[in-house]
Design a protein. Structure first.
Lengths: 268, 348
């Protein structure tokens, strides 16, 4: 099971985080740990604060209470200072790609390299080409603008941009939502491959039960602001908690689970 | 990643042997990322192309894997590097775009005209509620800003004129200056430019957002025509509102001029109004107000057209909103200039 996972030095440590937007309580006392080298998934129903938690981890939002440490630094510092070199150590792929619409795909992917390094134009071009090739985009796509790409291609381009700096940590916000099953499965494989090749730790927010079974080493289920359960998919599927059971044993959950029974054979 | 730069430069300026066999010793590499792997792969390949027999030794297994990853994707990478739109292709696409845009513009005008005919033949088809709402938003709500601006323009013209007229002692001609220039040209133009900025842009943004969120498609699936529903009410409302705004602008502009005339040139209100009657012919007023409905059609059509042209994402909304304002002001002024030329031929 969970491949050579180191227990010491968690990459991300979320401790006792609470979040409130006005009267609405999003999180209450959420704690979790992400270990180096694993694929960690944040699951849960619509509006349970998955994406909010992700945004808090990468420092785009500040939790009302609690502490989040990201790669050994307090993620609140990301907003206050410029985050220094921390920004080079993680990449974020947003749900709808968030590609800069005024730039071509290749220029989009090159942004972090141009801003954070002093590499030669030729080397930047080569590295960008490699990353675009890695995510499996066709050769003519680099000169296209985001609006000329399909949703799946935009997602791949956003992934290429997120990994262009060779980050240690990759955040994916709903990477497979809205993609057809074939492309979604392809995306899962792509993430696994990149994780293996580049030694990434992956944190992803997802609804996709298929993805959860196929690529997640550990999963946390959020609901009503709390952590409902945390563990491997097998552990969660066997959990007693009714809310967790509901999530994984709805009609869709059962079908997926059947497909993945003895699901380890699907992994590499 | 940032440490790769010096390594790349060093490898590039190095004196490479022309041929023979070359061995890269990799055991001294402590850390290698994809950037480094690209640099190393390029050096290896450059040497191979020169005819060297290249081997890379002593890499750590994870570094060898990374090198392998780069070499597996090398061809795809080079294809990406080579992919660049050709000059002629770019020119072709520019021309095709221009032609396409021109045809779509014509198509839109035709579509609006057809919708207008349909509504004209059965006025119950017009969305009265939406037209009246538009009349309030684009007409009534624009009163304060239009009034203030033309009042100030009247003041400015009178001030500038006063300087010159006082020199010749022809103070009373301030009435001709303010009256004719405002009624005939400036008030209609100011009103039209304000409405283009206020309402034309709002049309583009509103229709564009509806297009992005697929609301327009939803309307079409109900068998409703977006042109009839969204364009016509706005256009008709503006055709009514803009001439009225122009009259209102005329009054406030002349009032502004009148104040300055009394203040700077000792032309009393009664003297001003008496002179106004004889100096400013009715045709100046009619020409000014008569242009307003045409301005209205231009502004409404351009604003709505730009809204419909928005494709893809939200990012397009801003661009087309700007374009709607620029184009409608451009066309309004062109139309105004044409009017001046034609009316001059007719000695009006």
């Amino acid at each position: 099971m969970s491949v050579a996972v180191q227990t010491e030095n968690p990459v991300i440590e979320v401790s006792h985080v609470s979040t409130r937007f006005g009267p609405a309580i999003v999180h209450q006392d959420v704690s979790l740990i992400v270990r180096k080298g694993e694929v960690f998934a944040i699951a849960g129903g619509n509006g349970c604060g998955k994406s909010t938690l992700l945004r808090e981890i990468v420092g785009l939002l500040t939790p009302t209470a609690g502490r989040i440490s990201l790669l050994g630094a307090d993620s609140r510092d990301l907003q206050e200072t410029d985050g220094g070199s921390l920004y080079r150590r993680f990449g974020v792929m947003f749900q709808h790609g968030a590609l800069f619409s005024s730039m071509t795909l290749a220029e989009n992917v090159a942004v972090p390299l141009r801003e954070h390094t002093s590499l030669s134009a030729r080397l930047i071009r080569d590295i960008v080409a490699l990353k675009i090739a890695l995510v499996g985009l066709p050769p003519d796509s680099g000169v296209k603008f985001p609006r000329e790409l399909s949703g799946g291609m935009r997602r791949r381009a956003a992934l290429a941009r997120a990994i262009v700096m060779d980050p240690e940590l990759l955040f994916l916000d709903e990477p497979t939502a809205g993609l057809d099953p074939m492309i979604a499965a392809g995306f899962d494989d792509l993430v696994l491959n990149l994780k293996r090749l580049l030694g990434l730790t992956v944190v992803m927010v997802t609804h996709d039960l298929d993805s959860l079974w196929r690529i997640a080493d550990r999963v946390v289920v959020l609901g009503e602001g709390h952590v409902l359960g945390m563990g491997t998919m097998e552990q969660l599927a066997a959990a007693e908690d009714p809310a967790v059971r509901n999530y994984f044993h709805g009609p869709r959950g059962r079908a997926v689970q059947l497909n993945h029974s003895g699901g380890e054979s699907h992994r590499d | 990643m940032s440490d790769v730069g010096p390594a790349e430069r060093a490898l590039r300026v190095m004196d490479w042997p022309a041929d023979g066999s070359l061995q890269f010793e990799g055991s001294g590499i402590h850390a290698l990322d994809t950037g480094g792997a690209v640099v190393l792969s390029r050096a290896v390949r450059d040497a191979q192309r020169r005819g060297c027999d290249v081997t890379v030794e002593g890499l750590r297994s994870e570094h060898a894997q990374l090198m392998n990853l780069v070499s597996v994707h090398w061809d795809a990478m080079m294809a990406h590097v080579a992919a660049r739109p050709k000059g002629t292709a770019r020119l072709q696409s520019v021309i095709r775009n221009l032609l396409d845009r021109f045809l779509r513009g014509l198509g839109f005008i035709g579509e609006s005209a057809m919708a207008l005919l349909r509504v004209g033949s059965s006025p119950t088809h017009l969305r009265w509620r939406s037209a009246l709402n538009s009349l309030r938003l684009d007409g009534v709500n624009a009163l304060p800003i239009t009034g203030l601006l033309t009042f100030l323009i009247g003041v400015v013209i009178a001030y500038q004129g006063a300087e010159q007229l006082r020199k010749f002692g022809t103070n009373i001609f301030i009435v001709d200056l303010v009256g004719i220039s405002l009624l005939r040209e400036i008030a209609p133009l100011i009103a039209a430019i304000l409405i283009a900025g206020r309402s034309g842009s709002a049309y583009a943004a509103h229709i564009g957002t509806m297009k992005v969120t697929e609301e327009l498609d939803a309307l079409r699936t109900f068998g409703l025509s977006p042109t009839e529903l969204l364009v016509l009410p706005r256009m008709l409302a503006l055709i009514v509102a803009l001439p009225l705004l122009t009259v209102y602008a005329d009054v406030l502009g002349v009032f502004g001029g009148m104040l300055i005339a009394a203040n700077q040139l000792n032309v009393s209100f009664t003297a001003f109004l008496a002179r106004f009657e004889e100096a400013v012919a009715l045709r100046h007023f009619l020409i000014g107000v008569g242009k307003a409905p045409f301005f209205a059609v231009i502004i409404a059509l351009v604003g709505c057209y730009q809204g419909f042209q928005i494709r893809g994402g939200v990012d397009d909304v801003g661009r087309h909103t700007t374009m709607s304002v620029v184009q409608s002001i451009f066309l309004v002024i062109i139309f105004d200039a044409l009017c001046s030329i034609i009316l001059n031929w007719w000695n009006l």
